[in-house]
Structures are given as C-alpha cells and as structure tokens.
Design a protein around this ligand. Structure first.
Ligand code: AMP
Ligand code: MG
Length: 403
C-alpha cells in the first residue's frame, strides 16, 4: 500500500465522524463545552430603562432653564423601583442599576445637583436620555446571541446567563479510550525493572483529549499477546473513540492491528506519509451496538503526541460539531533545512512571534526519542513531502503546539 498523504488521511478520518447527541448542562458545567444549537435571548437586556449613574431622575424639560429646583418625592434603588409617577417639577433620587421612574426621561448625576431644604437644585440642563441605559439597548428578546458549534467561554456563559438561560444545550463529550500496549511498560512512578519504561503516553494524551473537549478513559496497559489485547479491546466498550498506542508497525510483537481486526474493526488506512508517525492507522468497529472510531498512534512518545495533535484533536472537534482546521501559520526559517524525503515532516521548533513575519527555528536534533525537545518546542514546522532544501528566510507552514 502506498503511503497516504497526511491531508488525505485526515480527510478520511473526518468524513466518518458525525456530531454526537445534545445534552443540557447547567451554566456551571458549560465552560469549554460546545454549543449544540444557536441560543436566543429570552429577555431584553437591560430588561427596563436603567440608570447608569447615581443621581436624580428628572423630566429633562424641567431642567431647560437650569438651575432649577425640583421637589424630591422618593427613591429608586437597584431592585427597589419607585412605584409612583413623577410629575412636572418633581424628581426621584436614583442609583446605578435602578429602574427609571415613570414620567422621567433623564438622570442628572449627583455631582450636578445640590440637595437643600427647598428641594434638589439641578445646576446643568439635562438632555432626554442622559445617563440612561434604555431597555433592550444591549439585546432584545429573540435575538440570536450565540451560534451552534462554538466552544463556550466565560464571556459566552455570562451572556447566556444574562439572556435568561439556566441550562445550555451542548454536544455530549466524546469518550476517548486510551490503550497502552507493550510488555516493557509499567505505570509511571513504578521502580523500573530491567528493560522497563514508564507508560507515559496515555497520560499526555489524556490531557490532550480533555483540552480538545473529550472525556479521556485510560484502559491500562495491554501486554504484547493476543489474549491480553483481546481483553483490553473489549474493555473499550462504550467509548466513541479508541486510541491504541504502539504495537502498530510490522514487527513480530506488533499485534495491535490484527487484534483490532479480530475484534471487528475495519481499517480504512494503516500507513501514512508522515514523520514521525508512519504507522498510524484508522478504522471503525461496532462494539456494544455502538460505532467506535479506532485510531492507532505510534508508541514512541513524541510521535504519539504529534499524531494525536494532527489526527485526534480534529476528530474530537468534529464529533463535537466543531470545525477544527489544522490552522497553520506562515513563518520564515531562521536556519536552512535539508531536502525532505517522501513523508511530510513535523519538525520540532520554536517560534518567534515578535518579528514580522514570525521566525521559526527548527531544532538541530529531531530525534523522536527526545521528550525534552518536544516539551521545549512550541510549534512544529510542517515540511511537505519531497521538499527541496530550504534556505534560511524561506517561508514555511508552522503548526503551534498548543497542547
Ligand atoms: P511500539 O510502537 O510498540 O514499537 O513502540 C515504540 C516505542 O515507544 C518503544 O520504545 C516503546 O517502548 C515506546 N512506547 C510504546 N508505548 C508507550 C507508552 N504508552 N508510553 C511510553 N512509551 C511507549
Ligand atoms: Mg510495543
């Protein structure tokens, strides 16, 4: 099988993914969730003509010949509206956020008024509407405030709450099961025996899944034998996505693909033109009556994280009904790059956004065994397959490592 270009692999993954069901959550659980339907205002904001200042509510006409002394007949405080009607020659003490009393059409700030025995003397002529926030100035009932498919932020939630919503319709979080595979793996923190290493990937990937809006489920570590793999693959029931880590090349101990196929998966592709990340595979199976996407990422920690950024994050986005383009930015190379081979190369690098255009410096050592280099990188240069050598200053595409 020819190596599949990255863009084609991603397109094949995304075309199989449909938006998950809608559920309602309270405002306190809405942060970071994806809105499933557009949201309309249930009320006007402000719901009533409100004072924007502390001062006196007046009929503007009464102040036409300032100074003018008006009779104080009451008070309107926030949450405590004045219930009467203000007639010619009268005024009401008013505070920020309070409803404008019937009959008045302006608020004079307290700095422009003097209280005395004879009443309130307004020193400046007021214009109709002064210091008033009219009802519906911000939004009116029925207006669409938030679009479906957007990820909710604090500002969105504030707006939804102001618009009269206590719960919001959001897309259910995709459940992403993460399965480590390998006889050499032990849980992080365990004293390492001969030949053992920590199963670090699943923890990094769980964080990536959650940042992308999914719910991560760590299945544990399957051993490199058919029985163990079969058991763990069963335990992924209920997940929308199963991510297997490692065991996917063609070595004697790379049993994951055959195990998955035995567990009912149909693979769409299993080799892509990507470096790092050649042995990525993707397919689907039905388990417990439910369709499950199956993504295989390489075991190498650097590769697993980069492949998850490129394939898993967009897949989660699509299941959430969002478009998550691989939004690369343009930068120029700080150093030259050699010609690239037949696989798109995701090179660890650091981006300097203080220059225009931004400058990107690839790391000298691109060994995918260097987890510290991955940690130090803040972006990847995406060098296209079969690229000729690139001189310093050449434009390149850069994908920020926001995970
Ligand atoms: P594999 O794809 O299974 O041949 O694994 C490639 C390399 O990644 C090997 O050095 C494995 O020990 C390592 N590896 C595999 N799975 C994990 C994991 N979950 N965490 C950390 N390293 C892993
Ligand atoms: Mg392995």
């Amino acid at each position: 099988m020819a190596l599949l270009p990255v863009a084609e692999a991603l397109a094949r993954i995304l075309e199989t993914a449909k938006t998950l069901e809608t559920e309602n959550v309270g405002l306190r659980d809405a942060n970071g969730r994806t809105l499933a339907k557009s949201l309309d205002a249930r009320v006007d904001n402000p719901p009533f003509d409100a004072s924007a200042m502390d001062g006196y509510a007046v009929r503007a006409d009464d102040t036409a010949k300032a100074p003018a002394t008006l009779a104080l007949i009451g008070e309107s405080g926030a949450g405590h509206p004045f219930s009467g009607e203000v007639k010619k020659g009268e005024t009401v003490r008013i505070f920020t956020g309070a409803a404008l009393p019937t009959g008045t059409d302006a608020v004079v700030i307290q700095e422009d008024a003097t209280a005395s025995e004879s009443g309130i003397t307004i020193r400046e002529t007021a214009k109709r509407g002064d210091n008033i926030r009219p009802a519906g100035q911000d939004f009116t009932k029925g207006r669409t405030l938030l679009e479906s498919g957007q990820r909710l932020t604090g500002r969105d939630i504030l707006l939804a709450a102001a618009a009269g919503h206590a719960t919001l319709p959001v897309v259910r979080k995709p459940i992403v099961a993460l399965l480590s595979t390998g006889d050499e793996l032990v849980e992080p923190g365990t004293a390492l025996g001969p030949g053992q290493i920590a199963a670090s990937n699943s923890f990094g990937l769980a964080a990536v899944v959650e940042a992308a809006g999914g719910e991560a489920r760590l299945l544990g570590i399957a051993r490199d034998n058919h029985q163990s793999l079969a058991q763990f693959l069963e335990s992924a029931e209920g997940a929308d996505v199963l991510v297997t880590i490692g065991g996917a090349s063609v070595g004697d101990h790379d049993l994951v693909r055959p195990a998955l196929e035995r567990a009912g998966a149909k693979l769409n592709f299993y080799k892509i033109a990507m470096r790092p990340g050649k042995p990525v595979f993707f397919g689907a199976r039905t388990i417990g009556g439910k369709r499950q996407h199956c993504l295989g990422v390489p075991g190498n920690p650097v590769s697993s994280l980069i492949c998850s950024r490129v394939f898993l994050v967009p897949l989660i986005g699509r299941l959430l009904g969002r478009d998550v383009p691989l939004d690369t930015i343009e930068a120029v190379l700080a150093d030259p790059l050699p010609a690239n081979g037949p696989r798109e190369h995701y090179m660890r690098a650091r981006l300097d956004l203080s220059t225009s255009p931004p400058q990107v410096a690839p790391f000298k050592n691109q060994d995918s065994g260097l987890i510290t280099a991955l940690r130090h990188a803040d972006c990847m240069i995406v060098v296209r397959a079969d690229s000729p050598p690139l001189a310093a200053g050449s434009p390149v595409k850069v994908l920020k490592l926001d995970i």
